[in-house]
Design a protein around this ligand. Structure first.
Ligand code: BT5
Length: 326
């Protein structure tokens, strides 16, 4: 896609549901109105449905739902994230791809997305269902100068970025469940998987793996999920443009990451906690075995551990386990 087409798309998107006149576009790009018309025709050939009314101008009705670096980059306003953007048709796991690139020295911000994954990874060897052409699967390489114990803080960063992106694109405010699930009405819409390479005194790199269910239909979910799941399509009844959601999420993540580097974990913690589904509630935590504790949710600490106030007033720090909000 040419720079001109990218700018025209940006202008069309900026006017949302309204029309933008051919004159305004020709003025912004400093080209003739006939040249605008030619570029619009090319965009239509590429699958964009653009309505034209002679007295009012142009309106973008729908965009093609391909996940391409050009479509995503057209909407990126980032300084770090997406500096290099790779989109694969299919892969085993974008986290594994990003890990390989990072080991070969890929720059901070390098982002790998895929249209489908054959071996999408969850935590603890679990599987992330990754059917083709409907969702977002992406992994981002970061090289922050922080200590290894601070790395879990970055999962909270991506949870907030995903929640904000869903809110911006659909108006729905998702909740976040400690440590890494993004939920809508208690159903999981996104999962996050951080992996890292570190020495004792510092981090080589962190991979932020992000999977968001966008246009996935009920039939595409595996029948044996551990927890109820959903997609934006199921929640709103409308398909979303995947490259748009991807760009919005990467823009939010870039903003949060720069804020994190400047100001530390505190602003992210505050934003995460405001969206947490356990605020003011009792929680029960099990370690997968017999051990269970319950108490009042009391926030997260600097290491990302969940704080639970037991009935005797003691604060327990939880580093892993399954949490149920009572
Ligand atoms: C996660 O694990 O939630 C982390 C998922 C991270 C996926 C992204 S996609 C891009 C990147 N590349 C990868 O290979 N992975 C990352 P966990 O908390 O362990 O949850 C996994 C559990 O969620 C599974 O055992 C299922 O029960 C359920 N699940 C699987 N696929 C799902 C889906 N698409 N939507 C909702 N739930 C799902």
């Amino acid at each position: 896609m040419s720079d001109m087409q990218t700018t025209i798309l940006r202008l069309l998107r900026a006017t949302k549901d309204a029309f933008i006149s051919g004159e305004q576009i020709s003025h912004e790009l400093n080209i003739s109105r006939t040249a605008v018309w030619k570029q619009i025709s090319r965009l239509r050939q590429a699958g964009y449905d653009i309505r034209a009314i002679s007295s009012r101008g142009y309106r973008l009705v729908t965009s093609p739902d391909t996940l391409s670096p050009t479509l995503i980059s057209a909407e990126l306003s980032t300084t770090t994230i997406g500096s290099t953007l790779v989109v694969n048709d299919e892969t085993i796991s974008t986290n594994s791809d990003a890990m390989r690139l990072a080991e070969q020295g890929a720059a901070e911000g390098t982002t790998v997305c895929a249209d489908s994954q054959q071996g999408g990874k969850g935590r603890l060897g679990r599987v992330w269902a990754s059917p083709p052409r409907v969702n977002l699967y992406c992994s981002i390489i970061l090289r922050p100068q922080i200590m290894p114990y601070q790395a879990p803080q970055l999962t909270f960063l991506s949870a907030v970025a995903v929640a904000q992106a869903i809110e911006i694109t659909t108006g729905i405010s998702p909740e976040i469940k400690w440590p890494n699930d993004v939920l809508i009405k208690g159903r999981k819409i996104a999962g996050l998987l951080n992996e890292m390479s570190a020495e004792t005194d510092g981090i080589n790199f962190v991979i932020l793996g992000i999977g968001i269910n966008l246009n996935m239909t009920r039939e595409q979910f595996p029948p044996d999920l551990r927890t109820p799941a959903t997609s934006l399509l199921l929640e709103t009844g409308e398909p979303v443009v995947r490259s748009h959601v991807a760009a919005v999420m990467l823009n939010q993540l870039d903003h949060l990451y720069n804020q994190f580097l400047r100001l530390g974990f505190e602003p992210v913690r505050a934003e995460w906690q405001a969206r947490c589904n356990a605020n003011g509630r009792r929680v029960e935590v099990s370690d997968g075995g017999q051990e269970r504790i319950s108490g009042l949710f009391a926030g997260i600490d600097d290491n990302g551990a969940m704080l639970v106030e037991l009935d005797n007033g003691k604060i327990e720090r939880i580093y892993s386990g399954d949490v149920r909000v009572l």
